[in-house]
Design a protein around this ligand. Structure first.
Ligand SMILES: *[C@@H]1O[C@H](CO)[C@@H](O)[C@H](O)[C@H]1NC(C)=O
Ligand SMILES: *[C@@H]1O[C@H](CO)[C@@H](O)[C@H](O)[C@H]1NC(C)=O
Length: 424
C-alpha cells in the first residue's frame, strides 16, 4: 500500500470533523423571519391586506446539502434552507428578518437594459424567488439579499445577490466630503448595474447610474463620484459626495441590478451645521435699575431642532438656574438652507446682581457637548470690588509700575550718556 495513504487518512478525518463542526454551526439555530405578502386588492373595492407567515431560515454550508428534518414549531411555518456563498448572512447576532416573494423580471431602465440583452429567461423561473432583508440590531448593519433556487426543490435556496450597508442614520457636516456606504456581493455574475437615488419629502431623483457591463455612466449628478477600482474589485459601490449640502438631507437608496433581479439598501442622511452663537450685549454694563435685553443669536445651524436656554449664576452662588420667560424668535432660513434664531430676555440690573454671570446654552445634534457663551453683569457705581475687578486693578497697577520703572531707567540712561558725551 502506498505509505502516503497513512498520512492522507488522518487529514481526511480532520477535514471531515472540521466540516461537521461548520455544518453544526450553520444548522444550529434557524433565523426567525417573517414572510410578508400583500393579498387581495384585485378589484378596487377589495381592500389589500398584509399576510404574515413565520419563516425559519436555516443557513447551510455548501457541503451539507441534505438538511436534517427540522423540528416543526407550527404547521404553517415555512422552512427555507439557504446556502450563503456571500458570507453576509452568517451572523449569530442578526436579529430582525423579513422575506418577500420576488418575481425576476426585466427592468426598463437605460442603465439596466444591457444586462438582459439576449432575453434569455431567468434561471429556474418556475421556482419561487425571495427578497430577504436582515438587520443586525446591535450594530445596525443591514443586508438585502436575493434568494433563488439551488436545485429542483422549492425550499433549497442560494444567495444570488447581497447588498449591505449600515442602516443607522448617517451624520455629515455641511460642506464636508462624504462616502455613503454600500457594498455588494454578486458571486460570479459579471453583469451588474449600480443606481443611486435620493429622496427627500416625497420626490426622488437619480444621482448616479452606472452600467457595469458596458462600463458606462448613464446618469451623474454634479459632485457625485464612484471609485471604479474598488467597485469592480471589492463590490464597493459607495457614493462619494464631494461637498455635503443641506439638500442632501434625506434618504439615499443604493440599488444593485443583476440580470432580472435587484436588491436595494436605504440610508438616512442627516446634514448638520454647527451654530455660531453670539451672546449680547458684550460687555454687559448697566446702571442700577436699568432694563437690559440679553440676546443670544444662534445662526447657521441645521437641522432645525435646537434648544436654547439662558441661565444665571448669582454672585456668591455656585448653582446655575434656568431663567424663565425667554422668548425665541421665529427662525429665519438662510440661502444655504441653514437656520438662524435669537433667544432674548429682559432683565433689570439691580446692585445685588452685580457680578452675576449670565449664560446662553445651546444644545444641538452638531455639538454633543453643547455650546455655551457667558457674560458677567457689571452694575455701575456698586461699592465693593469683585474678585475680577480686583485682579484687573492689580494688573493695571503692575503694568503702570512696570512702565514707570522702565521710563525711569531710560531717563537715567539718557542723561548718563549725555553726560559722558560731554566729557569727551
Ligand atoms: C479608490 O480607492 C482606492 C482604495 O481605497 C484608492 O487607493 C484610490 O486612490 C481610489 N481612487 C480614486 C480615484 O479615488
Ligand atoms: C468603500 O469605500 C469607501 C470610500 O472609498 C470607504 O469609506 C468604505 O470603508 C469602503 N467600504 C468597504 C466595505 O470596503
Amino acid at each position: 500500500m502506498n505509505p502516503t495513504f497513512f498520512y492522507f487518512l488522518p487529514s481526511l478525518l480532520l477535514i471531515g470533523i472540521v466540516f461537521r463542526g461548520l455544518g453544526e454551526a450553520y444548522e444550529n439555530k434557524p433565523l426567525a423571519c417573517v414572510l410578508v405578502e400583500e393579498i387581495g386588492g384585485g378589484g378596487s373595492s377589495i381592500p389589500r391586506t398584509i399576510r404574515q407567515t413565520p419563516v425559519e431560515l436555516y443557513l447551510m454550508d455548501p457541503l451539507n446539502l441534505i438538511p436534517e428534518a427540522p423540528i416543526t414549531s407550527s404547521p404553517e411555518t415555512l422552512h427555507l434552507h439557504v446556502i450563503d456563498p456571500s458570507g453576509k448572512l452568517l451572523s449569530p447576532r442578526l436579529s430582525s428578518c423579513e422575506v418577500t416573494y420576488l418575481l425576476p423580471q426585466e427592468v426598463p431602465l437605460a442603465w439596466v437594459r444591457s444586462l438582459t440583452e439576449e432575453k434569455r429567461s431567468p434561471r429556474a423561473l418556475g421556482h419561487p424567488w425571495y427578497s430577504l432583508s436582515v438587520k443586525d440590531d446591535s450594530d445596525g448593519n443591514t443586508v438585502s439579499a436575493v434568494l433563488g433556487p439551488q436545485g429542483e426543490k422549492d425550499d433549497q435556496l442560494t444567495v444570488f445577490l447581497a447588498v449591505y450597508s449600515p442602516s443607522a442614520t448617517l451624520y455629515a457636516r455641511l460642506g464636508d466630503p462624504l462616502a455613503v456606504p454600500c457594498g455588494f456581493w454578486r458571486g460570479q455574475q459579471s453583469r451588474f448595474a449600480v443606481e443611486w437615488r435620493h429622496r427627500a419629502l416625497g420626490d426622488g431623483s437619480v444621482l448616479y447610474a452606472y452600467d457595469g457591463r458596458l462600463d458606462r455612466i448613464e446618469e451623474i449628478f454634479q459632485g457625485c463620484e464612484m471609485n471604479f477600482s474598488t467597485l469592480h474589485s471589492h463590490g464597493n459601490a459607495s457614493l462619494l459626495v464631494d461637498k455635503v449640502a443641506v439638500s442632501d438631507h434625506g434618504t439615499f437608496l443604493c440599488t444593485i441590478y443583476l440580470p432580472y433581479i435587484r436588491a436595494q439598501r436605504d440610508m438616512q442622511l442627516e446634514v448638520t451645521a454647527l451654530p455660531v452663537v453670539t451672546f449680547l450685549p458684550d460687555p454687559l454694563f448697566a446702571r442700577p435699575g436699568e432694563e437690559i435685553t440679553l440676546s443670544c443669536e444662534v445662526s447657521r445651524f441645521h437641522p432645525l431642532e435646537i434648544s436654547v436656554d439662558l441661565l444665571v449664576r448669582l454672585p456668591g452662588d455656585s448653582q446655575f438656574s434656568v431663567l424663565p420667560g425667554v422668548s425665541l424668535s421665529t427662525h429665519t432660513l438662510n440661502k444655504d438652507g441653514t437656520f438662524s434664531l435669537t433667544a432674548s430676555l429682559s432683565i433689570t440690573a439691580s446692585p445685588e446682581r452685580h457680578g452675576a454671570r449670565y449664560f446662553c446654552k445651546v444644545r444641538h445634534v452638531s455639538a454633543p457637548e453643547g455650546i455655551t457663551r457667558s457674560n458677567t453683569l457689571q452694575v455701575a457705581g456698586v461699592a465693593g470690588l469683585s474678585l475680577e475687578d480686583g485682579m484687573y486693578l492689580f494688573a493695571v497697577a503692575l503694568a503702570l509700575y512696570g512702565s514707570l520703572s522702565f521710563l525711569h531707567r531710560k531717563f537715567k540712561l539718557f542723561f548718563g550718556t549725555h553726560e559722558s558725551k560731554k566729557d569727551e
